[in-house]
Design a protein around this ligand. Sequence first.
Ligand code: NDP
Length: 246
Amino acid sequence: MNKIEGRTALVTGGSRGIGRAVALRLAEDGADVVLTYEHETERAAAVVDQIKEIGRRAVAVQADSADVAAVTAAVDEAAATFGRLDILVNNAGVFVVGPIEDLGPAEFDRTVAVNVRAPFMASRAAARHMTEGGRIISVGSNVGERTVFPGFTLYALSKTALIGMTKGLARDLGPRGITANLVNPGPTDTDANPADNPNADAIRSFTALGRYATPDEIAATVAHLAGDGGRYITGATINVDGGFTI
Ligand code: NDP
C-alpha cells in the first residue's frame, strides 16, 4: 500500500509548473487529487487525464485564488467530491515584480489576495474538513529569505507572510494532529521562470548547485511532507533551492 493511498489532496494552481508536478506526484504516491486553475482549462484537463492514467481519481476546478468565495468553494468541493480532505497544497501564486514606483495599490492587492489571503482562507476552510494526519503545505519562495535582485519588494513581502502563517497554523492545528509546513523553492524551470530566460545565468549563479530545479524536485519535498515522512515536521520552512539561500 502506498504511503498516502486512500487520502485526498487539493492542489491550488495545479494546471502547470510546480503545482502540476505536485498533483502528479501525489497521485503517484496514492492520493486522489482535486486541482484548481485560473485560465488554463485544457492544461488542467490534461493533468486530470494523466492522474487518471496513474489510476487515481482527479477533478479540475476553475477557481481564481483572488476570489475568497471561489477558494473556499474549491476546498469544500474537494472534500465533498472524495468524501474527505487530507492534504492541502497552497501552490498558486502570482509573480509581480518591478521598480517600487510601479508597484501600486492594484499590484499590491492582487499579489496579497493570491499569494497570502488565498492560502490563509484555503487553510482555514481545509482545517474544518481535516482530521488527525491532515497536512497543509504551502509553497513560498527562496526570495522570502534571500532577496538578491531589486524589484522583489512586493513578491518577497507576500512570500515572507507565509512563514508566519505556517508557524501560526502549526500551533493552531497541532493539537488536532494536523501539520503545516512551507516549502520554499529556488529557481525552478516553469512558465513563470524559464531556465532559458535572459536573467537565468545570473539566477543560476546564486545557487550552490549551479542550476535550476525541475518542478519534480520541488514536488518530491511536498510529497515527503504529505506522506509518513512528514509526521513529526510542523511549522517548518524548508528550502528546496539548490543552496540559493546559503
Ligand atoms: P506557473 O506560472 O508556472 O504556474 C502557476 C500556476 O498557478 C498555474 O497553474 C496557474 O493557473 C495558477 N494560478 C496563478 N494565478 C492563479 C489564480 N489567481 N487563481 C488560481 N490559480 C492561479 O508558476 P510556478 O509553477 O513557477 O509557481 C508555483 C508556485 O511556486 C508559486 O507560488 C510561485 O510563487 C512559487 N515559486 C516559483 C519559483 C520558480 O522559480 N518557478 C521559485 C519560487 C517560488 P493557470 O494555468 O490557469 O494560469
